[in-house]
Design a binder for this molecule. Structure first.
Ligand code: GDD
Length: 371
């Protein structure tokens, strides 16, 4: 049972609930509370760890019965409190916001593997797109905000995980906050919906709602289906003699890859500003999948040309050829910049997977992306 610290005043639709601002004035001494959706994913775990070091009480939204990730999460992030809820279920999100009474909500949950969004396009729209609407509605309703009633000073602040996939077939390079979107997958389209909806709630209701347009960000906790981790695991398996080949898709795609641990600090900084503003977050350096192979195999003294096979099964119906961030606004206004280079990141991932597999661990020991 979660501790209750504030009077709850929340009802769905037409509520006259008191805004969190009213409730908080006499409770300024309490530590800040964050509610994270997608808590079991790579970004969720890094963000939870980071916010804990900043003195936050961290709550994570988890879905389903007997979700195996919940046990893993309890073992690795023992101080994170869990609340039940599902991005497909409006009522559960209202209950979660009502129970936690957060100061900040981070919506990181999504179906985030781009190829899956063609196979399950409708579900992707529901979770990755409409899920954003449901979280925003939960905040709006629980805060008693309406078209005629704006949020007060201590309102719940909302972060939406937007994606560089929204730029898709890029109109200019590098990409800034002003670059038009041209998404190339049902996932990218769903993210555009969430992005504009976040902006719309900000403009319609005066909510503190922002999007971080994050370029690819990776780590040893990345799901095994994403190309960086697939390669770091592949290198480790080949080095240890478990496998001889690694099958991949388009090797000429270019991405701006950074370290996820660096990127979650940008999310937090965005919610700490005086004004709600969207930011592009990336390194500004782009590499091809081939460059990635070159670096990753070199870490293990291997040559990728001896092991990599291209396989049409991994080619996408429509590709995003090249992404590169111009994060100068974040650097200038948030004081944010990435600390880890591409080479350090790939080195860290390969070393981590060599260690993991040599000690009998599995790729899923960190749980990957989640909704
Ligand atoms: N996953 C994968 N597997 N990608 C491959 C493979 C392969 O075998 N071979 C080549 N690639 C290429 C893909 O075609 C793509 O161009 C690139 O590697 C990166 O693929 P992913 O690692 O799957 O990431 P993504 O760029 O599609 O999307 C990721 O980054 C976005 C941020 O821009 C995801 O994390 C998204 O959820 C996120 O929004």
């Amino acid at each position: 049972m979660l501790p209750r610290r504030r009077p709850v005043a929340c009802a769905y639709l037409g509520s006259q609930a008191r805004a969190p601002a009213d409730r908080r004035t006499s409770e300024a001494d309490l530590s800040r509370r964050a509610l994270i959706t997608g808590i079991t994913g790579q970004d969720g775990t890094y963000l939870a760890e980071y916010l804990t070091t900043q003195g936050y009480e961290v709550y994570g939204l988890v879905r389903g019965q007997q979700n195996p990730r919940v046990r893993q999460l309890r073992q690795s992030l023992g101080n994170v409190r869990l609340v039940r809820g599902d991005l497909l279920d409006q009522g559960s999100l209202i209950s979660a916001v009502e129970r936690v009474q957060p100061d900040e909500v981070y919506n990181l949950a999504a179906i985030s593997y781009v190829p899956m969004s063609w196979q399950q396009a409708e579900l992707t729209g529901e979770v990755t797109g409409l899920g954003v609407l449901r979280v925003l509605e939960a905040i709006r309703v629980c805060s008693g905000i309406s078209a005629s009633r704006s949020p007060g000073r201590g309102q719940i602040r909302f972060y939406q995980a937007s994606s560089s996939e929204m730029f898709g077939m890029v109109r200019e390079s590098p990409q800034t906050e002003q670059t038009p979107f041209h998404p190339r997958s049902p996932y990218g389209v769903a993210k555009v919906y969430g992005h504009f909806l976040t902006q719309n709630y900000r403009e319609s209701y005066g909510m503190f709602a922002v999007s971080g347009i994050l370029f690819n960000h990776e780590s040893p906790r990345r799901g095994a289906e994403f190309v960086t981790r697939k390669i770091s695991l592949g290198v480790a398996k080949i080095k240890l003699g478990y496998e001889r080949q690694l099958r991949l898709g388009n090797l000429s795609a270019h991405r701006d890859w950074g370290f996820a641990g660096d990127y979650v600090t940008a999310m937090h900084l965005m919610l700490g500003q005086d004004e709600p503003v969207d930011y592009v977050i990336g390194t500004g350096v782009t590499h091809s999948v081939e460059d990635l192979l070159e670096h990753a195999f070199k870490v293990a003294d291997l040559d990728w040309r001896d092991h990599v096979v291209t396989d049409a099964a991994f080619i996408r119906p429509a590709e995003v050829d090249k992404l590169c961030a111009d994060a100068s606004a974040a650097r200038e206004r948030l004081g944010w910049e990435p600390k880890m280079t591409f080479e350090e990141l790939i080195g860290m991932m390969v070393e981590a997977d060599l260690e993991l597999l040599s000690s009998g661990g599995h790729a899923e020991d960190w749980f990957g992306d989640a909704w």
